[in-house]
Design a protein. Structure first.
Length: 125
């Protein structure tokens, strides 16, 4: 099986010893993406802004692997506060349209860098 490490130029650097994604055969497994600005490395204020930027970061990783968000078959969303579920759904629905992926959404006790939103995905060519 072919295995390739994906490092996206237009996504923020990893905040630990991991890569943006791994392409294994035709399947792409992404690491979690926070709403970090890829230029400044800072988090914007508010869950909506962080969700918007995190999905843009995820899109950059997926595009680096030669795919689009339409290739995503599963996402996992982590929220610092599950009460942000409805607000996050509005942002999420802007990016995932048509045949939307399966999704899990959980509240996490804490996210890296004090983030309010994180997303990871599995995509298939």
């Amino acid at each position: 099986m072919r295995r390739e490490t994906i490092s996206a130029k237009n996504a923020p650097a990893a905040v630990g010893p991991y890569v943006h994604a791994v392409l294994a055969g035709d399947m792409l497994f992404t690491s979690g993406q926070l709403g970090l600005d890829p230029v400044t490395g800072t988090l914007p204020e508010g869950v909506e802004a962080q969700a918007d930027q995190a999905i843009k970061n995820l899109r950059a990783v997926i595009e680096e692997a030669g795919m689009t968000l339409q290739n995503v078959v599963k996402t996992t969303v982590f929220l610092a506060d599950i009460n942000d579920f409805a607000a996050v759904n509005e942002i999420y629905a802007r990016y995932f349209t048509g045949e939307v992926p399966a999704r899990s959404c959980v509240q996490a006790a804490a996210l890296p860098k004090g983030g309010l939103f994180e997303i990871e995905a599995i995509a298939v060519k």
